[in-house]
Design a protein around this ligand. Structure first.
Ligand code: ZN
Length: 84
């Protein structure tokens, strides 16, 4: 076992870490090496990227919704003032 050989457990941890922050060059090599030989971890990487994308989109949409709501409230406030 060379230093580039890692277990599935370690590969999984690196995939999760990759979504949050940058990996060191050694970790990137370890992960890349593992993914070329392990189809299970490749599947996990795809799922993990998919989940984090969905989560980001969700957070973004929540944020946008919040902005829209604020504008709506502002509009109604202005309309009320104009009406009275
Ligand atoms: Zn694996």
């Amino acid at each position: 076992m060379g230093m580039l050989h890692i277990t599935c457990k370690k590969a999984t941890l690196l995939i999760i870490k990759k979504e949050e922050k940058k990996l060191s060059w050694l970790e990137r090599w370890q992960l890349r090496g593992h993914l070329t030989i392990c189809s299970l971890c490749r599947k996990f990487e795809i799922q993990s990227a998919f989940i984090s994308r969905i989560a980001k989109e969700y957070l973004q949409s929540v944020h946008l919704l919040g902005e829209e709501k604020k504008e709506k409230i502002q509009e109604r406030f202005e309309a009320d003032r104009a009406g009275s």
